[in-house]
Design a protein around this ligand. Sequence first.
Ligand code: FE2
Length: 162
Amino acid sequence: MNAIELLKSQHRAVEKLFTQIDSAKTADAKQKLFVQIADSLAVHATIEEHQFYPTVRAKRTEDILLEALEEHVGIKRVLADLLETEAKDPTFDAKIKVLSEQVEHHVKEEETELFPKVKKILGAQELEALGQNMETEQIEIEEKGQPRKAIPAETAQAAPLT
Ligand SMILES: [Fe+2]
């Protein structure tokens, strides 16, 4: 799958999880869905930071990428907070709402501003190769298990644009 298609499919998957958690009835169901949200956002942010942004940056777009990295660290901070909050806690739903709004904003910026630029600067073959590298890293991260566990250590500042 090419890099943009891969990231977009992950965006759609996490949106679906937010819709599900929004209508979940029990704390247990919410907790399980949140674990899936946290793991998928952890994987998504990691492959973007390790592969997508550095490759795209090599061909300019720095301002958008720096903003995207600041949005990532904002999202990670809410995720880290949620990782320590039980679903039955009265603030859990409010934190999920804030998380979903931040993710929605970030997804919209990537899809309307960043990806159209990337499509102009990377050819079909480059996008395909990048997508494959990202999928390979995704599999590695998922095989290690519980990607969300890495999030709290990544909240001090935004990842550097390398
Ligand atoms: Fe992102």
